[in-house]
Ligand binder design. Structure first.
Ligand SMILES: Cc1cc2nc3c(=O)[nH]c(=O)nc-3n(C[C@H](O)[C@H](O)[C@H](O)COP(=O)(O)O)c2cc1C
Length: 192
């Protein structure tokens, strides 16, 4: 599979089989992430590989934080929401949480660290595609929650850029037809 083929074939796939892919595939994906471009080569990415019972432990934290946000916890709707938060990570056998750490030097911009981490995540999604794995990049309120950040040893101003769900696909998703680049591109100085 060429990179271009992987780019064109990649889709977000939320439904995965429960079987955990071998560690080598996950390591291959993590290694690919580290080849992303990053300004000043500070390697701002941090990875947390969540599987097995760790998904439940983190799911409990998601549910607790969700309950603290809900004004009326007794309602049926609230209970449904809590159950969803608790079970969120069980939708995939492996979830890689990808964080961007704060700059240690004045010349390093926080936004550029986040941009580099986003590039690293794209490398991960494309490598997952090549490995025959389903993937989906998820965020949501938990990504911005200081207590969830603290669970990973991160400061409130650091970033959980993505929860990357990985597993063998349980469904087939057709390639996407994106909007045309022509409509979103201006060529400056090309015809001179
Ligand atoms: C920063 C970011 C956050 C995302 N968060 C979610 C999410 O929380 N839940 C979800 O289902 N998809 C999420 N996605 C995936 C997008 O919904 C998906 O990429 C988009 O619908 C295009 O579909 P495709 O990936 O299959 O091409 C996220 C994507 C990005 C880049």
């Amino acid at each position: 599979m060429t990179v271009y083929e992987a780019i064109r074939a990649r889709r977000s796939v939320g439904k995965m089989k429960p079987d955990r892919p071998p560690r080598e595939k996950i390591e291959h994906i993590l290694e690919a992430a580290t080849y992303a471009p990053d300004h000043h080569t500070v390697e701002p990415w941090r990875f947390f590989v969540i599987s097995g019972k760790a998904r439940e432990e983190l799911g409990e934290l998601f549910a607790r934080r969700c309950s603290e946000r809900l004004p009326e916890i007794a309602s049926e709707k609230a209970q449904t929401l809590l159950a969803k938060e608790r079970g969120k990570l069980l939708q995939a056998p492996v979830v890689i949480v990808v964080a961007s750490v704060k700059p240690a030097l004045p010349k390093v911009l926080d936004i550029e660290n986040v941009e580099a981490v986003a590039a690293a995540i794209q490398n991960m999604l494309l490598t997952a595609q090549e490995e025959g794995l389903a993937s989906i990049w998820r965020t949501g309120e938990v990504s911005y929650d200081p207590e969830v950040k603290a669970f990973f040893g991160l400061e409130p101003e650091e970033h959980l850029v993505g929860f990357i769900y990985l597993g063998y696909p349980a469904i087939t998703v057709s390639p996407r037809e994106p909007g045309s680049f022509e409509a979103r591109t201006r060529w400056l100085g090309w015809e001179e």
